[in-house]
Write a protein of this length. Structure first.
Length: 218
């Protein structure tokens, strides 16, 4: 499934696909937004939209309502390499056609602070980094409850004060390390477990892994 108000199809799609020409907010306002999927549940979600923290966070909140514990949520553009790339508006190199990540990086600490139950992995992908989130809980409402207060702290005028750990990617793991990790094998097995057992097995696999520090809660 793809959701984008301005998508263009330039090649024939040789698969079962459902494209929705609308904004994500309008999409999630539907009664059954994922009716196209078996069980109306998402196995893999890729969030890449407005390049602004408040929109990315809202997309995650809305997506999580349709996830199971073994769902993999990938959020793009979380590791800008410069203040220009991290700006809320396109400035400098971003304005002249260079990469632009926006201030999506801010949701990394938001997820860790408000949802310590999640597994949150920064991944050193080119050019502007990715975030992989595991252990979704469709019943959890902490982020939704705190959203207005959180966004009031997130939104600030340019230039953004980007933390050094974001620019240097000191907490990020390589894509190869993630793909080779037993954690992803545990994710595949967990899809066939009941939610409680899936969370237990994923947490155990994460604790056994060598995918960076286990306690990065701000």
């Amino acid at each position: 499934m793809g959701v984008d108000p301005f998508f263009e199809v330039s090649h024939e799609l040789m698969c079962d696909v459902h494209l929705v020409r609308t904004s994500s907010d309008e999409f999630f306002a539907r009664r059954h937004p994922f009716a196209h999927l078996p069980g109306q549940m998402v196995d893999l979600a890729f969030i890449d939209g407005m390049h602004l923290a408040e929109f990315a966070l809202r997309d995650f909140i809305n997506t999580e309502r349709h996830c199971h514990p073994a769902t993999v949520v990938v959020i793009d553009d979380v590791l800008p390499r410069s203040a220009d790339e991290a700006s809320r508006g396109r400035i400098g190199t971003a304005a002249s056609g260079g990469a632009w990540a926006g201030d999506v990086y801010k949701i990394i600490d938001v997820l860790r602070r408000h949802r310590p139950d999640l597994i949150v992995l920064e991944v050193d992908t080119a050019p502007t980094g990715s975030l992989v989130v595991l252990m979704a809980d469709r019943e959890d409402r902490r982020l939704a409850t705190a959203y207005d207060e959180v966004v009031a702290d997130l939104v600030s005028p340019d230039p953004q004060g980007v933390p050094p750990w974001v620019l240097a990617r000191t907490r990020a793991i390589s894509p190869e390390a993630l793909l080779d990790s037993p954690l992803l094998a545990a994710v595949r097995k967990a899809r066939h477990r009941d939610p409680a057992r899936a969370r237990s097995e994923l947490r155990a696999a994460w604790e056994r892994s060598d995918l960076g520090a286990k306690d990065l809660t701000p």
